[in-house]
Design a protein around this ligand. Structure first.
Ligand SMILES: Cc1cc2nc3c(=O)[nH]c(=O)nc-3n(C[C@H](O)[C@H](O)[C@H](O)COP(=O)(O)OP(=O)(O)OC[C@H]3O[C@@H](n4cnc5c(N)ncnc54)[C@H](O)[C@@H]3O)c2cc1C
Length: 385
């Protein structure tokens, strides 16, 4: 079927990349982008790092503008999808499409403070208000020790705050394994961060705005400011009842298709690995690569290449620049192939049957493209769990 009208729903990197890829691939029909944000697409990556620290201005976060011939409609939330009549419903009316790109990403998960008012960091407004309130806070409790939680902790230390991180597991261990996780936690402690590993659930306490967290034995960790960084949830509510398979995200095939004329990409998309299990891959690089693949598949179906994620991730915290290729995990024992973990630069490799399935570079100048070549793509896919 010839596509004349493509609608992209989402206002961030996956939506922008999909729209631009459609044009690069020669699509000359209409492209309408529906974004519920008030501002044009921007990068979220610095929101926990340089922007929160005040080293980067909000204006500098704006991503390159979409082409003039893309109809970007800000402040326009998709509220429903009719797959058969090919309509996206919004408050302003229904938008018809021949092809649809779903790129509605994710929002911050919350611990579930019973009075609401929980502070999270997902968008530019969160970052702005967090930064403003940090000016008068002297202590910060970060609930969640993943990449985001530890980045927030690092920036808050940089701003001179008294910082505690609490998690049910040692921070970063599940993502980077015991060795690298411990190395980064050491750097955090050296920087003055307290790390608490809580047995069992963490419950936020206080008035509307939490003032602390209760952990095991009724101990309460108090702080002027509490920030939850406990993962994300895909934005799929607008698709309920559409008939698309929604279970922890929009399920797509190897070409990122939910239907022949509907693709999904970025933090919202769930794709099966070769072992048959399905997962989202919430990361900046995945959003870009998957959006390109999805746009190509929308135009060329199986003649386009199936999506092969590079599994490239990075984080910056406590003076450490961490680049990783391969699925995150705590399995296996790495060998240090270059440098020293105690005094980076260091390059670590995880092998099975003589082939690397994960590499981590710490303060190492290696370019991402070269790092990716160290992990054969088919191999990094085959160990996905
Ligand atoms: C603070 C922070 C720091 C990060 N740092 C890193 C990092 O260092 N490295 C890394 O790899 N990744 C990082 N990430 C993750 C990365 O930013 C995300 O993986 C990426 O933004 C995903 O892009 P996306 O376009 O799929 O989704 P999102 O960025 O979530 O964008 C979804 C867009 O869709 C819009 N939308 C949602 N629902 C609707 C609707 N119904 N109608 C219309 N529009 C809708 C949203 O408002 C948003 O504009 C970070 C994320 C955050 C929050």
């Amino acid at each position: 079927m010839k596509l004349n009208r493509i609608v992209v729903v989402g206002g961030s990197i996956a939506a922008l990349t999909a729209a631009e890829t459609l044009r690069i691939e020669g699509f000359d029909g209409s492209i309408t982008v529906l974004s519920d944000e008030k501002v044009p697409p921007y990068t979220r990556v610095p929101l926990s790092k340089s922007a929160l620290a005040g080293r980067e201005l909000e204006d500098d976060l704006t991503l390159p503008a979409m082409s003039d011939d893309v109809d970007l409609r800000l402040h326009t939330r998709a509220e429903g999808l009719d797959v058969h009549r090919r309509l996206v419903h919004t408050k302003e009316g229904s938008v018809p499409f021949d092809g649809l790109v779903i790129a509605t990403g994710a929002r911050a998960r919350t611990v579930g403070h019973r009075r609401g008012g929980e502070r999270v960091l997902r968008d530019i407004e969160h970052s702005r208000s967090l930064r403003a309130d940090l000016a008068t806070a002297s202590s910060v409790l970060v609930v969640g020790g993943g990449f985001l939680g530890m980045e927030i902790a690092s920036t808050c230390r940089e701003l001179g705050k008294d910082v505690t991180v609490v998690d049910r597991e040692p921070p970063l261990e599940r993502l980077l394994g015991p060795l690298v996780g411990a190395r980064i936690r050491d750097a955090a402690r050296m920087a003055g961060v307290r790390i608490r590993v809580a047995a069992g659930d963490v419950e936020l306490v206080g008035g509307k705005t939490p003032s602390g967290a209760r952990i095991a034995n009724d101990e309460v960790l108090e702080a002027d400011m509490v920030v939850s960084a406990v993962g994300d949830l895909p934005n799929i509510e607008w698709l309920l009842g559409s008939g698309l398979r929604l279970n922890g995200g929009v399920h797509v095939d190897a070409w990122c298709r939910a239907r022949p004329n509907i693709v999904a990409a970025g933090d919202v998309a769930v794709q099966a690995g070769p072992d048959g299990s399905s997962r989202r891959t919430p990361s900046w690089t995945n959003a870009i690569e998957q959006a390109r693949a999805a746009a190509q598949a929308l135009l060329r179906a199986e003649n386009a290449a199936p999506y092969r994620p590079s599994h490239y991730y990075w984080t910056e915290q406590f003076g450490l620049d961490v680049k990783m290729v391969g699925p995150p995990g705590s399995d296996g024992t790495p060998t240090i192939s270059e440098g020293s973990l105690d005094c980076p630069p260091a390059l670590l490799e995880w092998h099975t049957s003589g082939t690397a399935y994960r590499v981590v570079a710490l303060n190492h100048g290696i370019r991402p493209a070269k790092l990716k070549r160290l992990v054969p793509a088919h191999h990094s896919r085959s160990v996905l769990r």
